[in-house]
Design a protein around this ligand. Structure first.
Ligand code: NAD
Ligand code: UDP
Ligand code: UDP
Length: 319
């Protein structure tokens, strides 16, 4: 906890009412900062930050980042963007606008205020990767015209903008490529695999495996990820990223389903549905760079993280 007034920073979190954003706001408040949460509530909700609303060091602003924003801040975490395929494909043009226009506006703001700026990029910039595990040097294998492209290419263009503002305007940038992350405050209906499986298991409904369940993902618990964000923001100015942030523990989707069934004690059975277009077959971060530059690696196992996430959804469903 910071006690010195001088150490209190004015930190803006775009997408602050979402899953990751609200967990980040909690951490920044606990660390003693003034937090400005900016969100248009497309996928985020006030419920995620309700407990912060009476805190004098927390401020909530309803705003869409595709429009200019003039505020005075020291640091910006740019997380605004729907993250699950159901949500980002609902209005794909708006998704690209959020990534690209949102990045331009936030970079313009950072340029004017000389704020340090963090970008929530994604492992999706690697597409359906031909290199495994993925290192930051890999340029990716992305379909530019498919249903996932609004998100993948939007995020790639945002990275381009970050690096051009860095080269051209000397902005201090921090780009994190986030791999699949889960935990409390995930949206229960956003179709992501961890929330889907837990909700289905708790309701005793069939667990929907897309494809044959042999595709892999690597799941990071939210607290581990937020620690990486804070460390990356705190690195010297020559550390720009991109840095992979995620948990290298790799599981097939079928293994995840079986683990969720076992941990919830559910009687749900597995059913198989078609694999969505361009669904990556494997994904695992190489986190050597994060280990080196941030002194960071996740320490919450899938089992421990699920044990903390299941009660959240259980409580939500019983409301
Ligand atoms: P989320 O959907 O819970 O949060 C996104 C937030 O952004 C929501 O509160 C939403 O209302 C807000 N938002 C969307 N469009 C906006 C706009 N135009 N203006 C203002 N606010 C807007 O998703 P999340 O999982 O918390 O993801 C946060 C960020 O992290 C996203 O940028 C996402 O791409 C990135 N990311 C997340 C993961 C993951 O596994 N959770 C993985 C890779 C990258
Ligand atoms: N911008 C903003 N807040 C600011 C400064 C800029 O939203 O505090 C927006 C502004 O709308 C502009 C964009 O950021 O279009 C990019 O700013 P920049 O200064 O890079 O470009 P310019 O204003 O020269 O187009
Ligand atoms: N998936 C699944 N059943 C579901 C939801 C997702 O089998 O109910 C699969 C999906 O096809 C993908 C993986 O789980 O292979 C991760 O999906 P998610 O949408 O969570 O993340 P992303 O594909 O963006 O990594």
């Amino acid at each position: 906890m910071l006690t010195e007034y001088a150490l209190r920073k004015r930190v803006m979190v775009t997408g602050g009412a979402g899953f990751l954003g609200s967990n980040l706001c909690d951490r920044l408040i606990a660390d003693g900062h003034d937090v400005l949460c900016v969100d248009n509530f497309f996928t985020g909700t006030k419920d995620n930050i309700r407990h912060l609303l009476d805190n004098p060091h927390f401020e909530l602003m309803r705003h869409d980042v595709t429009f200019p924003l003039y505020v005075e801040v020291d640091e910006i975490y740019n997380l605004a963007c729907p993250a699950s395929p159901i949500h980002y494909q609902f209005d794909p043009v708006q998704t690209t606008k959020t990534s690209v226009h949102g990045a331009i506006n936030m970079l313009g703001l950072a340029k004017r205020t000389k704020a340090k700026i963090f970008q929530a990029s994604t492992s999706e910039v690697y597409g359906d990767p031909a290199v495994h595990p993925q290192t930051e040097g890999y340029w990716g294998h992305v379909n530019p015209i498919g249903p996932r492209s609004c998100y993948d290419e939007g995020k790639r263009c945002a990275e381009t903008l970050f690096f051009d503002y860095h080269r051209q305007h000397k902005l201090r940038i921090k780009v994190a490529r986030i791999f699949n992350t889960y935990g409390p405050r995930m949206h229960p209906n956003d179709g992501r695999v961890v929330s889907n499986f837990i909700v289905q298991a708790l309701k005793g409904e069939p667990i929907t495996i897309y494809g044959d369940g042999s595709q892999t993902r690597s799941f990071c618990y939210v607290d581990d990820l937020i620690e990486a964000f804070i460390r990356l923001m705190g690195t010297p100015d020559d550390v720009t990223g991109p840095v992979n942030t995620g948990n290298p523990g790799e599981f097939t989707i079928k293994q995840l389903a079986e683990k969720v069934i076992q941990m919830t004690g559910s009687s749900s059975r597995l059913i198989y549905e078609p694999l969505p277009t361009d669904d990556p077959t494997q994904r695992q971060p190489d986190i050597s760079l994060a280990r080196e530059k941030l002194g960071w690696e996740p320490d919450i196992t899938l089992e421990t993280g699920l044990a903390r996430t299941i009660p959240y959804f259980d409580a939500l469903l019983s409301k």
